[in-house]
Design a protein around this ligand. Structure first.
Ligand SMILES: [Fe+2]
Length: 424
């Protein structure tokens, strides 16, 4: 086995310039370590474990060039030597794996990333960027531990994008045409940015017409002290029908009872892993919260009512099956719940957690995206039948770093569409 890998590498060496093999291996190494970190971050591991894992992972990525410089004997003869039993021969399988990943897998994955489709139900997007630092007259870096990062040159963490997105949904009750949902996610209240920054953003949201619903999809705080900001910041919001909230992984590392109580004081319905049926303009709406994998178990939908009856649709086994026709809205912190949403016939899912990657490279896009799907659902509107999913970039992060990835709040407007807009 080891011998055939060495032969494969020697064949590569003859087919490719040595420098290309070297660069490909380094790229593949960084690619594999990044994917590994992204997937690892999707798991509910202790905060401390994740913190050190990230640092170790970055260190291993940085050691890549030195590793391959030695393993490929690049600095010596420019001709690979693979003595059986030597350290180089032991490194050969990993060299081969990285070379394949860097020269073939990563470029193909990048093409698939570029070819991703936004949900066809998204019919209009309008966006305004507000430089909150300019509006306040100072850089609202605050006094958090990561204040220095917020002040780095070129950091866009104070440039907030106020985005309006219109969705055309054929299953929407006709009386809901024009229904609006303000989607807020990932505030990470921890001192940087300061309180004035968040209060400015909430006040600016009021320049839109008062939304019918407010959906807050987790990571509200990121310190043990700043739950005190929840009331003064989110207390500025207004809505006409209801406000719903769930918690995220960064909340899970704090006093969750306190966070939920503060939100309830503001009349947020804190869903946790549960569901509600509410009346919206005379029609039933099922609102679900899914805080897994950080809070378990997932919501029990066994008695979730199906007020509007059932719809018979074709099925592989008995010809037809019943699916709910009552509109289902899901708040999930992570987009990883998309498979759960599909299985449970969710019509519209709102998520955050991944922050758009926070640092996006021109052409390449996001890199670090804590999801079992890695970069696939990093930001935007996706359609995985029957679920339309909006993944917001959020307002901040544990580290207030934003490059080519501005903070974002989104106002969604739902429109009744004809079957032609179903996208299925
Ligand atoms: Fe977050």
């Amino acid at each position: 086995m080891a011998e055939s890998i060495v032969q494969f590498l020697q064949a590569l060496e003859h087919a490719l310039p040595a420098w290309l093999l070297f660069v490909g291996a380094i790229l593949g190494h960084a690619y594999l370590m990044t994917i590994g970190l992204n997937v690892l971050y999707a798991w509910p591991l202790p905060h401390r474990v994740l913190k050190y894992t990230r640092k170790i992972d970055l260190l291993i990525i940085l050691l890549g060039p030195a590793l391959f410089f030695y393993a490929l004997d690049f600095g010596d003869t420019q001709e690979l030597t693979w003595t059986r039993g030597s350290l180089r021969s032991w490194l050969a399988p990993y060299c081969a794996l990285c070379a394949i990943a860097g020269l073939a897998v990563a470029p193909v994955a990048q093409v698939f990333y570029w070819l991703r489709r936004q949900a066809p139900q998204l019919v209009e997007t309008k966006s305004t960027t507000v430089d909150v630092a300019q509006a306040l007259g100072y850089k609202p870096a605050g006094r958090g531990k990561q204040r220095g990062l917020a002040l780095l040159p070129g950091n866009q963490c104070f440039e907030v994008e106020f985005t309006e997105k219109t969705l055309a949904l054929p299953q929407l009750p006709a009386v809901w045409d024009g229904l609006t949902i303000l989607h807020l996610t990932d505030l990470h209240l921890c001192g940087s940015p300061d309180r004035a920054f968040f209060q400015f953003v909430m006040s600016r949201c009021l320049e839109w017409n008062t939304p019918d619903l407010v959906a807050l999809t987790g990571d509200v705080v990121d310190s043990s002290w700043h739950h005190r900001w929840i009331v003064p910041v989110l207390g500025k919001l207004r809505w006409t029908i209801g406000a719903f909230a769930i918690l995220g992984n960064h909340d899970a590392w704090r006093d969750t009872g306190l966070i939920r109580r503060r939100l309830r004081r503001l009349r947020f319905d804190v869903l946790g892993n549960s569901w509600r049926q509410i009346d919206v303009r005379g029609e039933p709406l099922i609102v679900m919260g899914n805080e897994t994998p950080w809070f378990k178990p997932a919501p029990d939908l066994s008695i979730c009512p199906n007020v509007a009856g059932t719809l018979r649709v074709p099925s592989a086994d008995d010809g037809t099956r019943s699916v709910p026709t009552t509109f289902r809205l899901l708040l999930s912190h992570t987009p990883d719940a998309i498979a759960w949403a599909q299985k449970n016939h969710v019509d519209l899912m709102l998520a955050g957690h991944v922050h758009g990657g926070q640092i996006r490279l021109p052409l390449i896009g996001s890199i670090f995206v804590p999801s079992r799907y890695s970069r696939r659902y990093d930001q935007g509107m996706f359609f995985e039948a029957p679920t339309v999913m909006h993944v917001g970039r959020g307002l901040s992060g544990q580290h207030p770093l934003r490059y080519f990835c501005r903070p974002e709040v989104t106002l969604l407007t739902l429109r009744k569409a004809s079957k032609a807009h179903a996208g299925a």
